[in-house]
Design a protein around this ligand. Structure first.
Ligand code: ATP
Ligand code: MG
Length: 377
């Protein structure tokens, strides 16, 4: 059993001071628009991932009237209490502790997993490649012990290399400075691409399972890792060819002042019925694919780590038709882990189909004003 038991929020978004307890199974947070529903889920996600699912700018998370935020979450895991504390002070480094010990981000994400479902998931299908790279980076960081470090190292090397390419020096001088970065770039790049390909293959299988269920197998879903580097089964051979391609691109890179191949430019192609979903699918088809991807993400993590992530569902029911609502409810019912659902509409009818015991929480202007526990209907 793994769940968030107690949460304390200080100075985060529209919460000044808030303490609350959750039900180990199902929690429904009800509130009108702009009261703090998504903000609450954001704080829980931040505790586990040290990032928001809405913004890359941490300073936006700090309450307008506060110079810092502090989040504390008591997670129960195998009957032990684990206290995660995150302190953020503007212009200072983030401090993250578990039971008063410093931890790295990978340990945190892997040991206290949280997955969020939000209407914005649609962007994974319909937006540009960078959002899908962010998606796969988060997935791979959770599933592969060395990925996050390799990703950081790759980004550092890439930044150094691009910095050299932008310098106003002679061609010979630039090539001289570029050369030491070529080898680390290709070594790290190959590792990232191979891990991503493996994960996409596994995720495709899981997502297909849910997609087939939702569409009653009348439509098909496929994922493909579209790389600027050619995949070759032998890793060293793959690196060599990548390196050769980099050499061929040398002159173009000098003209364009940036690194022109590598995982920082790759994409994940998503196909529905064989067509590129981004360009040809309807909104409904995209929503189904996004939902299936998220469900796949949860079940892949469960398989790999033998732990059910805490699922945060931000206002997703209002976006789905009755068929998909029913599938999502089935998924929640079958899910062994904790769920925290936010809603601005009355979900009581929907919840009648759920036999799970749950807790209702009400949010109004940045404070949780009432709590009741209801036994399953
Ligand atoms: P909806 O149903 O519309 O999605 P919500 O309950 O999910 O609403 P949130 O996004 O959680 O709403 O909260 C929005 C409120 O939080 C807004 O009123 C916004 O002004 C406020 N807010 C956002 N960031 C901050 C911040 N850094 N400091 C204070 N208030 C903030
Ligand atoms: Mg919201």
């Amino acid at each position: 059993m793994y769940y968030l038991d107690h949460l304390s929020i200080e100075g985060f978004r529209n919460y000044q001071h808030q303490k609350l307890r959750f039900h180990p199974c199902l929690n429904i947070l009800v509130g009108e628009n702009a009261q703090g529903k998504t903000n609450l889920l954001e704080s829980i996600f931040y505790l586990s991932v040290n990032r928001s699912f809405r913004t890359r700018k941490d300073h936006e998370l700090v309450n307008f009237k506060s110079p810092f935020f502090v989040l504390k979450g008591s997670f129960i895991k195998d009957e032990f209490k684990h206290q995660i504390q995150v302190n953020y002070q503007q212009n200072n480094r983030l401090k993250v502790m578990v039971n008063n010990n410093h931890v790295n981000r990978y340990d945190l994400m892997q040991n206290y997993p949280v997955v969020v479902f939000s209407p914005d998931d649609l962007q994974i299908i319909s937006d540009g490649p960078s959002i899908r790279r962010r998606f796969i980076n988060l997935e791979a960081s959770r599933l592969n012990p060395t990925y996050l470090k390799e990703l950081r190292d790759y980004q550092r090397v890439l930044n150094q290399r691009n910095h050299v390419l932008k310098e106003k020096k002679s061609k010979a001088e630039i090539i001289d400075q570029l050369t030491p970065w070529d080898h680390p770039l290709t070594t790290l790049g190959v590792k990232l691409v191979r891990t991503r390909i493996e994960i996409i293959k596994d995720l495709e299988k899981e997502a297909q399972h849910f997609f087939n269920k939702i569409t009653l197998s009348s439509e098909s879903l496929a994922l493909d890792y579209a790389s600027t580097i050619q995949y070759i089964p032998d890793a060293e051979e793959m690196r060599k060819q990548y390196y050769q391609k980099l050499m061929v691109l040398r002159d173009q890179e000098l003209k364009r002042f940036s690194t022109l191949i590598g995982p920082h430019l790759d994409d994940i192609k998503i196909f529905i019925n064989g067509n590129d979903a981004r360009r040809f699918s309807s909104q409904g088809q995209k929503r189904t694919a996004a939902l299936a991807l998220k469900m796949g993400e949860v079940s892949l993590f469960k398989q790999n780590n033998n732990l059910s992530p805490i699922i945060l569902l931000d206002d997703v029911f209002s976006e789905l038709d009755s068929e998909r609502k029913a599938h999502l409810l089935d998924f929640i019912s079958a899910n062994a882990g904790q769920c925290i659902i936010t809603t601005a509409v009355d979900l009581s009818k929907l919840m009648q189909n759920l036999s799970k015991e749950h807790k209702l929480l009400f949010v109004h202007q940045g404070s949780i004003i009432d709590e009741t526990i209801r036994a399953g209907y």
